[in-house]
Design a binder for this molecule. Sequence first.
Ligand SMILES: NC(=O)c1ccc[n+]([C@@H]2O[C@H](COP(=O)([O-])OP(=O)(O)OC[C@H]3O[C@@H](n4cnc5c(N)ncnc54)[C@H](O)[C@@H]3O)[C@@H](O)[C@H]2O)c1
Length: 261
Amino acid sequence: MNVDKEWQGKAVLITGGGGGIGRATAEKFLEAGAAVAVADIDQARLDEFSRAMGGRGDVAGLVVDVARVGDCQRMVSETVAKFGRLDLLVCAAGIWVEGPSERMTEEDWDRVIDINLKGTFFACRHAIPELEKTEGGIILLSSDLGLNGAAGAAIYCASKGGVSLLAKSLALELAPRGIRCNAICPCDVDTPMLAQQAERFGGGDPEGYLARLRANYPQGPRARFASAEEIADFIFAIASPRLAPLTGACLPIDFGHTAGR
Ligand SMILES: NC(=O)c1ccc[n+]([C@@H]2O[C@H](COP(=O)([O-])OP(=O)(O)OC[C@H]3O[C@@H](n4cnc5c(N)ncnc54)[C@H](O)[C@@H]3O)[C@@H](O)[C@H]2O)c1
């Protein structure tokens, strides 16, 4: 198959598509000729994305809250109503919370689990019948913290650990129907989420917070965060139908964080 042509005429739905990784991924698929539905809770981000695209590419912005099952159903039906098909679902909507577990509230738990885990499941649940028609694929945004635990991030780790096993379970369940499902597991990525994380949890010193994260990298003084574009390149690569054997994988893109001590 001609690599340059494999996304032409196809449709991709990206949750969290107004954010760092989701938006970079949307741009990548639009460049490749796919129609892209960008679903996000943040109307302003969707508007900004549409303006930036300036009519280039076939793009639809959908305001949804993935924590609502009805919104997950609607975003799939609106994507198919507009583009006539669905070939790939990328679940990138997500939020972060951290702090000592004894200070976490029920609201912290519900919000993170509802968006990161429940929202991911119900996006998949409603996309499955459409993906079956196209023998399409699913890519879930897990994290290095969906493979390893981290002190002070129990709720986020629980949500992303769930996403990793969701990817494996769906891969097995959907393989007989021609649908692949994989998760990617990045460490820190230079996106609005990381900036907000540093602002909110950095104790008034966001730069110090980011420096402490980098200090944990195996690269030492060469440590840097991954860019959203690097993650999007990776998503684009593994989404290719040419990679048929790749399913059920939770792939770290983490500068070696999960390779060992
Ligand atoms: N940035 C990182 O360091 C990093 C590392 C590993 C994994 N991840 C994961 O990658 C994914 C994308 O992260 P990002 O860094 O691009 O974050 P981001 O904050 O830049 O983008 C996330 C997007 O999700 C949207 N969103 C939040 N709640 C939503 C909801 N209820 N319904 C619909 N949309 C909602 C936000 O409006 C935002 O546009 C997340 O799942 C995140 O957990 C991020």
